[in-house]
Design a protein around this ligand. Sequence first.
Ligand SMILES: [Fe+2]
Length: 136
Amino acid sequence: MSFPQWNEKYAIGQYQIDFEHRNLFKLANRLETILTNSSSASAINDAIKKLTDYTKIHFRNEETFMGKIDYPQLQEHKNSHRKLITQITDIESQQHKLQEQVSRLKKLLNTWLKGHVIGKDIEIARYLAAEHASRV
Ligand SMILES: [Fe+2]
């Protein structure tokens, strides 16, 4: 199974959000490489922390943007952000069980990028396109 890579077709057409999604993929890919090549708990936890910190900022920005455009699924989308943060924070606290931490993290990164960024965030682009179409 290959790790998800950023593709411009995932862009939602909003500069800041797309910029952050690209960075999110970079950080997740860096973490995946570390998980595969390193057994150092501190290197892994450093990379988890970087990803988590960036994600929190990104989710805040994305939620503000969804609010601005009156995105109808805002609450549902916020809930799925909260769930991802809870999951990664939970894994982050598992430092004493390195093997389990690594395998849970690999699974989460995959569902996160494929299921959330590619699956759910792209619905924001669809909404924007439909809104725009209804105004012309
Ligand atoms: Fe999102």
